[in-house]
Ligand binder design. Structure first.
Ligand code: NAD
Ligand code: DAU
Length: 359
């Protein structure tokens, strides 16, 4: 058995990764460390394939004793690190937690891994610290700029992006200075099942189904590079298994619609799949005050991971969106459980009352 410590495995991408890994790899056991913040959903870990190979631990990556203890108790060979504060809007309203979790949390994990693996032997083939990061570390592109590559200089614009950039630099330094076998993936915007409905696509699907406003920040002409979450999970596992220690890999979906056009596509798909009194749902679109410092355009050059490791996204945006909407339609209990939590309601009213004040 390969014992893998997954952090943040009750959140959106982490839980999809746990499902993916247990399904794809019969000889892997997952130790899932998650603090269960507002963004986590215990429901994300229901119906796991072969749940006997999954151990859930509620705890904080900042808790050194806990992390050191888990490394030893489960003889961890591989760490796949997702846990983070992940929402740009929240980082604007309250940056401090982002610095603590994303920078100091990553540091705590690196120290625990270094201490434990120094005894085990860093050259052991299972030994790997994989850090899950973002394209936002590269900043924002102009309309004609080439897509971000692994050599694009870091230029993070939001406190979230800066905290992820800081964590990437610390990971890199542990590879360079201590020979820790690390890899980093910098990925673009994910969408798919189990995404907390504060992010664009999940929020738009659930609001559109409920006949609520569909908020578009600013002019809606910002561009993101969307990747279906299962494709991201496959990219991460490919890099963990075959990526070169010390290297970073850009991951993206090879598509760059504007926010407005992706919201319109969701409206049209919902009108087709669930025609009801809210059709046509494009009428629910509402332009609201822009995000401060809003990055205009992201695009990822995925040449390196495609060429060297053979990974490419399997989903187009159209079939990924359809699959995503179908998942939400079949899992309205999941959505209702989240919506009923106080934290979610508090966040929505805080975010939008702030926008009304700015307007
Ligand atoms: P998420 O917010 O849905 O989940 C984060 C998870 O981390 C939650 O389960 C939360 O409880 C847990 N967590 C937070 N602080 C913790 C702490 N101190 N200790 C233990 N657990 C803690 O995030 P996500 O969208 O799944 O993103 C996962 C990772 O992928 C993050 O590192 C993010 O920066 C990165 N990423 C996300 C995207 C995206 O589009 N969502 C794209 C690229 C990279
Ligand atoms: O690029 C990768 C990043 O993608 C990840 O690192 C982050 O963790 C993840 O949150 C995401 O960041 P974004 O800020 O790009 O995602 P979000 O879903 O919040 O917003 C996507 C775009 O949609 C962005 O231009 C802002 C806009 N938006 C968002 C929301 C929530 C709206 O217009 N209306 C909204 O209500």
């Amino acid at each position: 058995m390969q014992n893998i410590l997954v952090t943040g495995g009750a959140g959106f991408i982490g839980s999809n990764f746990v499902h993916y890994l247990l399904d794809a790899e019969p000889d892997v056991k997952v130790i899932n460390l998650d603090a269960l913040t507002y963004a986590a959903s215990p429901e994300n870990l229901e119906n796991l394939p072969d749940p006997g190979r999954h151990v859930f631990v509620k705890g904080n990556i900042l808790d050194r004793d806990l992390v050191n203890g888990l490394m030893q108790e489960h003889s961890i060979g591989t760490v796949v690190h997702f846990a983070a504060e992940s929402h740009v809007d929240r980082s604007i309203l309250g940056p401090e937690l982002f610095l603590q979790t994303n920078i100091m949390g990553t540091f705590t994990l690196l120290e625990a891994a270094r201490a434990f693996w120094s005894g085990k032997g860093l050259e052991h083939p299972e030994v790997r610290f994989h850090h899950v990061s973002t394209d936002e570390v590269y900043g924002s592109l102009g309309p004609d700029d080439p897509a971000f590559s692994e050599t694009t200089p870091y230029s993070p614009n939001s406190p979230y992006a800066a905290s992820k950039a800081g964590s990437d630099h610390i990971v890199r330094s542990y590879a360079h200075t201590f020979n820790l076998p690390t890899t980093i993936t910098n990925c673009s915007n994910n969408y798919g099942p189990r995404q907390f409905p504060e992010k664009l696509i999940s929020l738009i699907i659930l609001n559109a189904l409920a006949g609520k406003d569909l908020p578009i920040y600013g002019d809606g002409r910002q561009v993101r590079d969307w990747l279906f979450v299962e494709d991201h999970c496959e990219a991460i596992w490919t890099v963990v298994k075959r990526g070169v220690p010390g290297e970073t890999y850009n991951v993206g979906g090879n598509n760059q619609p504007t926010n407005l056009s992706i919201v319109e596509s969701i409206c049209d798909l919902l009108d087709e799949l669930v025609p009801d009194q809210h059709t046509p749902r494009r009428n629910l679109i509402k332009f609201v005050t822009d995000r401060p410092g809003h990055d205009r355009r992201y695009a990822m050059n995925i040449g390196k991971i495609s060429r060297t490791l053979g990974w490419r996204p399997r989903h187009t945006l159209q079939n990924g969106l359809r699959e995503t909407i179908q998942w939400y339609l079949s899992n309205m209990d999941w959505a209702n459980a989240i919506r009923e939590r106080n934290e979610y309601q508090k966040w929505v009213s805080k975010n939008y009352s702030q926008r009304e004040k700015q307007a």
